[in-house]
Design a protein around this ligand. Sequence first.
Ligand SMILES: [Zn+2]
Length: 93
Amino acid sequence: MLVRQRQHREVEVIADVVCDRCGQSCVNREVWGAPESVEDATTIAEVATFEAHWGYGSHHDGERWLAHLCEACAEAVREFIDTGAGAGVMVSS
Ligand SMILES: [Zn+2]
């Protein structure tokens, strides 16, 4: 038997994902509504995650870099890579 009771708990939710480059929200509020209506914004954000793990021998040994970028900023990064020395690194599907 399941014994149910009503409880009021305070929970922490991810209400938004903010671009680390431009500071804008990565959630399209015209589609998804106000931040209060979202339990986990990571599921609806249009966000690119760039991550780097620096290994032994690098100048950043042991560091981990993580950036969340909105679609426009991710496109800018992709354009930078595609037109720079890293041309051909990005893979599109
Ligand atoms: Zn951005």
